[in-house]
Design a binder for this molecule. Structure first.
Ligand SMILES: Cc1cc2nc3c(=O)[nH]c(=O)nc-3n(C[C@H](O)[C@H](O)[C@H](O)COP(=O)(O)OP(=O)(O)OC[C@H]3O[C@@H](n4cnc5c(N)ncnc54)[C@H](O)[C@@H]3O)c2cc1C
Length: 223
């Protein structure tokens, strides 16, 4: 069943996984550790929603006009917690002040990177900083849709592929949705990241203190 034109073009955005009415699609790491959709033919009812929602199959060209450009540099305190100029934190703080919520990439309890919706500004630190690895989208598209449908303001951040995946999953524009995608030349494999942590952690004890809040040490045990 061709979810995408070619699996090489699949970014693992998770739109197909999120839209499947029968939960017949699972995102499974391939040999390099990148997440790819796999269809359970026993559960599949051939509704074809997965193929219809795939951003690779339906390229959105609505952004093609020449964009306006702005340069932003946050203050020193924010930039110390950020990987670049800190515009993410500036945008996210604004959204919280408007009573909204923010979705982006964070470490989970097992040290893996996954998307999460943050409901209070105190938790913003979880999303700050670039994690140079593919972030699993999980059920966040559905969570964002529920918030949008209940009238909440949402800032969704991620790679351009994830923003395309969300928009395709939503299928219509929401006035209360703001998206911000980072400049991205591609995501490294989670498998490489896990190997890196496994090699690094035993040798560098200070990382234990640095990452103790995220339990990232557990990642070192993953083979
Ligand atoms: C996977 C990846 C590839 C990148 N490739 C390039 C590049 O080719 N050229 C370039 O100039 N810059 C690249 N960057 C840097 C990026 O474009 C921005 O400079 C930086 O994320 C913005 O920083 P900030 O200071 O505003 O916010 P920060 O606080 O540094 O970043 C937080 C934001 O990044 C998001 N984020 C963090 N990790 C991930 C992830 N793994 N997947 C999805 N979203 C994530 C969070 O959701 C949040 O929105 C890349 C970053 C990542 C994570």
């Amino acid at each position: 069943m061709p979810i995408t034109i070619c699996t090489k073009e699949c970014s693992g955005c998770g739109a197909c996984f999120s839209i499947c009415p029968k939960n017949a699609i699972t995102l499974i790491p391939n040999v390099e550790g990148f997440l790819f959709p796999v269809v359970d033919s026993e559960k599949c009812i051939n509704c074809n929603l997965c193929a219809k929602v795939c951003p690779v199959n339906n390229i959105d060209t609505s952004n093609s006009k020449t964009p306006e450009a702005f340069a932003v540099q946050a203050n020193d305190e924010i930039r110390l917690k950020s990987s670049s100029g800190g515009v993410f934190t500036v945008l996210a703080s604004y959204i919280f002040k408007q009573g909204g919520y923010v979705c982006g990439a964070a470490f989970d309890d097992s040290g893996k990177i996954c998307h999460q919706v943050i409901y209070q500004e105190n938790d913003l630190r979880l999303l700050q900083g670039s994690k140079y690895v593919q972030s699993a989208i999980g059920n966040t598209y559905k969570e964002v849709k529920n918030l949008l449908c209940s009238g909440k303001l949402v800032l969704f951040t991620g790679t351009p592929c994830q923003v395309a995946g969300l928009k395709s999953f939503l299928g219509k524009n929401y006035d209360n949705l703001i998206t911000a995608d980072l400049i991205c030349h591609g995501v490294p494999s989670p498998k490489v990241f896990q190997k890196y942590i496994a090699e690094l952690v035993p040798q560098m004890k200070f990382l234990r203190r640095l990452f103790s809040e995220t339990n990232i040490l557990e990642a070192g045990k993953i083979k």
